[in-house]
Design a protein around this ligand. Structure first.
Ligand SMILES: [Zn+2]
Length: 421
């Protein structure tokens, strides 16, 4: 919960009437220029089958002038079984959909010490070597690496690059497109942690990194994989922020297409990350095979995801008796509740929406004004109840709701347990 300026916040709460409102789906629209169809991002095949979709998904708050609704459709390539978003977001679509989320990829893993030790154990941080972090954001990870290594970073987020360069002049940070940026030297190591799955043309990026590399450069890529996609979170493995939903096999195929040959593949303990150390491939490199087992894995995943949605729906049963609904969380998780559950089926029920992020206050989602959580102190809970709409933040929001005087009996959490992944 954010409360950067308590006095300002108290003034704001006192001045904010409780804006009970009815959900209204008419306050956003779809702009066809925000999506584009594409061949398979792994093998360039053009035959695919839809396997999962949501027709009219809204990215964040309502807007009258920017199209923020898109079809979310995951398909399976009939040639290599890769799972990918098709259509995916165009450049204009990406800018419009993610404007409120910041336009940077990844690099927020919060595991710099583990990553540094892993790289050091493989000799990639020896003094005198160079390392390029692709998707470096503001260079924080690079700053945590030994100063004896020439540290370079590239990102599409210009303000983050500028901030990082000011913060740590020892780094060489490049603002550029991953498919065509220039690098002042051929790096000895390249890292890309949880970036590749966000890119519309991952193979083109891998090929560009290969062009920048020398014969003994090592590439470290980490992505989430289908094999470990099971979760009880309704956001699921098919994140709307991911353009490709890799499996171990489709990742190996993408690397091969990009000119890289895996030397070591490890599953990271405790969260969904498959880390692959690769070298530039040569004539004798073995071409990996698509894995037909990925199709069965896809259905196992979908079965688990439906079980997760069913569990959430059952926890929402008491809401049917509430005349008023308070929802905490104005992010993508609430959009999933809108799309997948009965929570907003009754148009006569009044709703109140709160969120701890001050940047969301004053905006609306699905017709509901976003208010600061402090307004919960003024709610009459007779006939009203609170649904906590978040996976990872559920425990913190539950504590915060209690601290704001929401009676425990009027709070519904949606998850029996929350795992970090
Ligand atoms: Zn394919």
């Amino acid at each position: 919960m954010t409360d950067r300026n308590p006095q300002h916040m108290n003034d704001f709460v006192n001045a904010t009437p409780l804006s009970w409102a009815h959900p209204d789906a008419s306050q956003a629209f779809h702009d066809p220029s925000h999506v584009e169809f594409r061949p398979c991002p792994v093998c360039s095949g053009t035959r695919s089958r839809a396997v999962w979709s949501i027709e009219d998904f809204q990215f964040f708050s309502d807007a009258a002038d920017v199209g923020k609704r898109v079809p979310v459709r995951v398909v399976r390539c009939q040639q290599c079984h890769a799972l990918y978003l098709d259509p995916c977001w165009s450049a204009a679509g990406f800018a419009a959909l993610f404007a409120e989320a910041g336009c940077s990829y990844g690099s927020s893993s919060g595991r710099p010490a583990e990553q540094r030790d892993w790289l050091a154990a493989r000799g990639l941080l020896d003094a005198g070597r160079s390392l390029l972090d692709a998707g470096c954001y503001d260079g924080r990870f690079l700053s945590a690496l030994p100063a004896g290594v020439a540290r370079l970073g590239v990102d599409i987020d210009a303000p983050a690059i500028a901030r990082g360069q000011t913060r740590d002049p020892a780094l060489t940070l490049i603002h550029g497109d991953f498919e065509r940026f220039d690098c002042p030297r051929a790096p000895d190591a390249i890292t890309m942690f949880h970036v590749l799955e966000h890119l519309p043309r991952p193979v083109a990026v891998l090929r560009h990194l290969r062009r920048l590399a020398h014969a003994s450069t090592r590439l470290v890529i980490e992505v989430p994989v289908l094999e470990r996609g099971m979760t009880n979170d309704i956001n699921g493995f098919f994140s709307v922020q991911h353009m490709t939903h890799f499996s171990r096999a489709s990742l190996a195929l993408a690397l091969a297409q990009g000119g890289w040959q895996p030397l070591e593949t490890v599953d990271m303990p405790g969260y969904n990350g498959c880390r692959v150390l690769s070298a530039p491939s040569d004539e004798g490199s073995q071409w990996p095979n698509a894995d037909p087992g990925d199709v069965g894995r896809l259905h196992d995943y979908l079965a688990a995801w439906h079980t997760a949605v069913a569990a959430v729906e059952r926890r929402l049963e008491p809401v049917r008796d509430w005349s008023r609904l308070v929802l905490w969380g104005a992010g993508l998780h609430s959009e999933f509740l809108w799309q997948l559950t009965t929570l907003f089926d009754d148009p006569s029920r009044e709703c109140l929406l709160v969120d701890g992020d001050p940047l969301k206050h004053g905006r609306r989602w699905r017709g509901l004004p976003v208010l600061p959580p402090q307004v919960l102190q003024t709610v009459d809970w007779t006939g009203a109840g609170l649904v906590i709409s978040s996976y990872g933040n559920q425990p913190a929001m539950l504590d915060a709701a209690a601290a704001l005087g929401v009676p425990a009996a009027r709070i519904i959490t949606l998850y029996e347990s929350v795992r970090r992944y």
